[in-house]
Design a binder for this molecule. Structure first.
Ligand SMILES: Nc1ncnc2c1ncn2[C@@H]1O[C@H](COP(=O)(O)OP(=O)(O)O)[C@@H](O)[C@H]1O
Ligand SMILES: [Mg+2]
Length: 511
């Protein structure tokens, strides 16, 4: 405390973190008390947020049996240019005011970060983006105090010094040395609700080619389009892709959880290594799909990060919505621009799309019930842009299964997901050893290096592509898929003609 112009002046600084994309930039909350008319000014927040924060913090302090300073209170949130909306700074602001007024000791405030919104009662409310904030604070070796309601999420971060608190009163008692704050793993979590069962491939009858395509998609990380009439199991198959992919590694899982955290979605801590399966409806807006809003939130493609994005009835999606998928399909992330600000969210997802072969859904059905004209069919398929289809390595038909096949008991072909996953993991291992990435993600240069064909195979493929009038683009796609087929075959070194032939089979739309 020092004298300034005849008035007592007192300053405190509390650390917190903002949320921007999946980042958590540092914010310093500076509080100054000075003479002058009693009033509170908050600098660095949007106007509406200022009013709300001021009222919440003042009442919460009073209800925690402290005195709100009867002085001029100036709160500055620095740096100025970060997004700082929401109540996540309430706790830091309240502690700054109490510290500046010497109502709490400052010792434990140093090297500690605070996150939490205050209820008028002084209780702490959960905030979004706790996981990214903890990861960042951990790098600085700082302790972080978070609301108890965020404990489950906080418990995921290993090695971070995290304390959870229920109220401003509890935090202040701890600052005065009158008790400890528990760590997130010390407290009783509510009993976990039974996790939904991961759907298993054993439920799918027949559809051998589509099952095989799903396995290849999983092994190589290829995007997949399923084409067939309604009720043939396309949705069933798509839902079963996460179950045949290897579980997420720790850093992948943390990345995926960070997206859920900033989206304000509950993080299922018992199953946080499971891959996401997101299936937005075709009426979803571009913002819902790729993210957006005045305060940018991640969309479905980011919630599917390291998991599966399923777009059912692909041609029914608005073309404009599908166009925005192109950037993330290329780069694995999405940049959302709002006014002067840009937020980046990860969006490395595996796309599974499904569509009917024609508007009525029955084209090609042996019963001949399809009444669509060739023109209608062409227009329907034309709704999908070439550049989007170009990025989907696997495109297969899912025909109607004879009723007898659906009603007979499980046959030998209906292998369960665990068996398929073992082959997928082995094949992925080959790709990882070679290029460090699944085959779908390697460049054409790496592809040509890792997929060198023998002279006979090369000539055969060239002649076949010419006969089918396929482009150079198709050539690389066939090679890429053939590489995965060979990996599944355990053929680490060479891609043989049968691998190429199967890869060609799995691209019906070009042919
Ligand atoms: N190949 C199949 N094996 C087992 N059940 C199937 C199969 N195809 C369809 N079904 C049954 O029909 C229902 C609809 O399947 P669904 O996957 O939604 O079809 P689609 O997405 O192709 O319209 C499923 O819930 C399932 O009960
Ligand atoms: Mg369906």
């Amino acid at each position: 405390m020092r004298r300034h112009g005849g008035f007592r002046m007192s300053l405190s600084v509390i650390l917190s973190r903002a949320q921007e994309g999946v980042g958590a930039p540092q914010v310093m909350v500076e509080v100054n008390l000075s003479g002058g008319l009693p009033n509170t000014f908050i600098v660095g927040l949007p106007e509406a947020a200022v009013r709300e924060a001021r009222d919440r913090v003042k009442v919460a302090i009073q209800n925690t049996a402290f005195e709100y300073p009867n002085r001029r209170v100036t709160v500055n949130l620095a740096p100025a240019e970060l997004p700082k909306d929401g109540g996540r700074f309430d706790l830091a602001i309240a502690l700054g005011i109490l510290a500046a007024a010497n109502q709490v000791p400052r010792k434990r405030l140093l090297d500690c970060e605070f996150l939490g919104e205050l209820a008028l009662s002084g209780e702490l409310r959960p905030v979004v983006g706790v996981l990214p904030a903890l990861l960042h604070a951990g790098k600085r070796r700082r302790r972080v105090v978070v609301p108890r309601a965020n404990a489950a999420e906080a418990a995921l971060v290993d090695g971070a010094d995290v304390r959870v608190a229920e109220s401003l009163a509890q935090v202040c008692a701890w600052l005065r040395g009158e008790g400890e704050l528990p760590g997130p793993r010390d407290i009783d979590m509510p009993p976990l609700s039974e996790a939904p069962r991961v759907p298993d491939l054993a439920d799918v009858r027949g559809q051998l080619q589509a099952r095989r395509a799903l396995e290849i998609a999983a092994a190589g990380g290829h995007h997949l389009l399923l084409i067939g009439p309604p009720g043939t199991g396309k949705t069933m198959l798509a839902e079963r892709l996460p179950g045949i992919l290897p579980p997420l590694g720790e850093s992948e899982a943390l990345e995926a959880c960070a997206v859920r955290s900033v989206a304000g979605e509950a993080v299922d801590t018992a199953h946080w290594r499971r891959r996401a399966f997101r299936a937005p409806h075709h009426t979803a807006s571009a913002a819902a799909l790729v993210g957006g809003g005045s305060r940018p939130r991640p969309g479905e493609i980011s919630l599917a990060h390291h998991g599966v994005l399923f777009l059912d009835e692909l041609p029914e999606f608005e073309r404009r919505v599908l166009e925005v998928l192109r950037e993330p399909l290329e780069s694995g992330r999405i940049v959302i621009s709002r006014a002067a600000r840009q937020s980046t969210f990860p969006a490395q997802f595996q796309l599974v799309a499904a569509m009917n072969p024609c508007p009525c859904g029955h084209a090609g059905d042996p019963s001949g019930r399809c009444r669509c004209t060739p023109d209608q069919i062409a227009r329907y398929r034309g709704r999908l842009s070439g550049p989007l289809l170009d990025r989907i390595d696997l495109q297969v038909e899912v025909p109607r299964v004879p009723l007898t096949e659906l009603t007979t008991p499980r046959g030998g072909s209906d292998e369960d997901s665990a068996g398929v996953r073992r082959r997928v993991e082995a094949a992925r291992q080959h790709a990882l050893m070679r290029a460090g990435r699944p085959n779908a993600e390697i460049s054409t240069r790496e592809l040509e290096r890792d997929c060198a064909l023998g002279e006979r195979e090369r000539v055969w493929l060239q002649q076949t592509l010419e006969r089918l009038h396929l482009s150079a683009r198709a050539y690389h796609r066939v090679l890429r898929v053939a590489r995965t087929v060979a990996d599944l075959d355990g053929a680490a070194a060479c891609v043989r003609r049968e691998h190429l032939a199967e890869a060609l089979q799995l691209r019906r739309i070009d042919v």
